[in-house]
Design a protein around this ligand. Structure first.
Ligand code: PEP
Length: 255
C-alpha cells in the first residue's frame, strides 16, 4: 500500500514572511482537522527554507526545495548544494521540473546527477518527467516519457521505495488549467511504474508516482482514484491553503 503524497510547488511566489504566516495557519487547520493517511510536502523558494524549518520541524508537513546543485561545493555562483539544503531541515527536493528543463536547458543527465546528490544527502528527490503538447499530438508521449525516466533515474539505487518519488507532469497541463483526463494520467503513471520496475525491481514498483498539471479541488478525487496515481505535485492550487487542504483531503478519501 502506497501512502498518497500531496506535494505543493510554490514556484517563485510569496515572500518568506508570507510563507511563515501561511505555514502556521496550515498547522492550525491540520490540528483542528488532521489529514490522516496522506503525506504532505511544500516545495518553497530557497529563501523560505530556513524560516520555515523550525515551524514545520516534527510536523506532518515535509519541507521541500524546488531545485539543487549537482555539485557538492565549489565555485558555482548562485547554486545551492544538497548538503546546504539538508542542513536547514529540507526533506524533499523537486528535480527536473519542466520549468527548469525549459528555462535552464536541464538535461536528463543533469537531472540524474541532481537526484543522486539529493539521495546522497539523505533527502528524497521528486523527479519530474512529462511530454510537450506537440509530442503528445505526434503520438510520441510514451517514448518521450520513457526516455526521460531512463535518462533521469538509471543509476540511482534506492534501497527503499520511500527514498524516491516520481512526478508525471504533462507540460501542456502545467499552469494552464488543462488537466489530463484521469484515464490518460493513469495510463502514463502506469507506464512510469513499469519503467520503475524495470530499473529498480520490486522497490521501484512501490515508489510513489504523482500526477501534476492543474490539479484542483474539483478534479483531484478522480485523479487520485486511479490505481497508479499516488497523489499530486500541485503548483497554483497549493498557494491557497483551502485548495491545498481540499486536495489533500481528496487523497485521503481515496487512500
Ligand atoms: C507544477 O508546478 O508542477 C504544477 C503542476 O503546476 P500547476 O498545478 O499550477 O499546473
Amino acid at each position: 500500500m502506497r501512502t498518497p503524497l500531496i506535494a505543493g510547488n510554490w514556484k517563485m511566489f510569496t515572500t518568506a514572511s508570507e510563507a511563515t504566516t501561511w505555514a502556521r495557519a496550515l498547522l492550525e487547520d491540520l490540528a483542528s482537522d488532521p489529514v490522516r493517511g496522506v503525506d504532505l510536502a511544500l516545495h518553497v523558494p530557497f529563501t523560505h527554507l530556513a524560516p520555515l524549518a523550525p515551524i514545520l520541524r516534527d510536523t506532518a508537513v515535509a519541507l521541500g526545495a524546488q531545485d539543487v546543485s549537482a555539485h557538492a561545493e565549489g565555485a558555482h555562483t548562485g547554486e545551492v548544494s544538497a548538503a546546504m539544503l539538508k542542513d536547514v531541515g529540507t526533506r524533499t527536493v523537486v528535480v527536473g521540473h519542466s520549468e527548469r528543463r525549459a528555462d535552464h536547458g536541464e538535461s536528463d543527465e543533469l537531472v540524474l546527477a541532481k537526484a543522486a546528490a539529493v539521495m546522497a544527502a539523505d533527502m528524497v528527490p521528486v523527479v519530474c518527467v512529462g511530454e510537450l503538447e506537440a509530442e503528445r499530438a505526434a503520438g510520441r508521449h510514451e517514448d518521450v516519457v520513457v526516455a526521460q525516466l531512463r535518462g533521469s533515474l538509471a543509476g540511482l539505487s534506492p534501497a527503499r521505495a520511500d527514498q524516491l518519488v516520481v512526478a508525471y507532469e504533462p507540460v501542456w497541463a502545467i499552469g494552464t488549467g488543462r488537466t489530463a483526463t484521469a484515464a490518460d494520467a493513469q495510463a502514463m503513471c502506469a507506464l512510469t511504474r513499469q519503467v520503475l520496475h524495470e530499473l529498480f525491481g520490486e522497490t521501484g514498483t512501490a515508489v510513489r508516482v504523482l500526477y501534476g498539471g492543474s490539479v484542483k479541488p474539483g478534479n483531484a478525487a478522480e485523479l487520485f482514484a486511479q490505481a497508479d496515481i499516488d497523489g499530486g505535485l500541485v503548483g497554483g492550487a497549493s498557494l491557497d491553503r483551502d485548495s491545498y487542504l481540499a486536495i489533500a483531503r481528496a487523497a485521503r478519501s481515496n487512500a
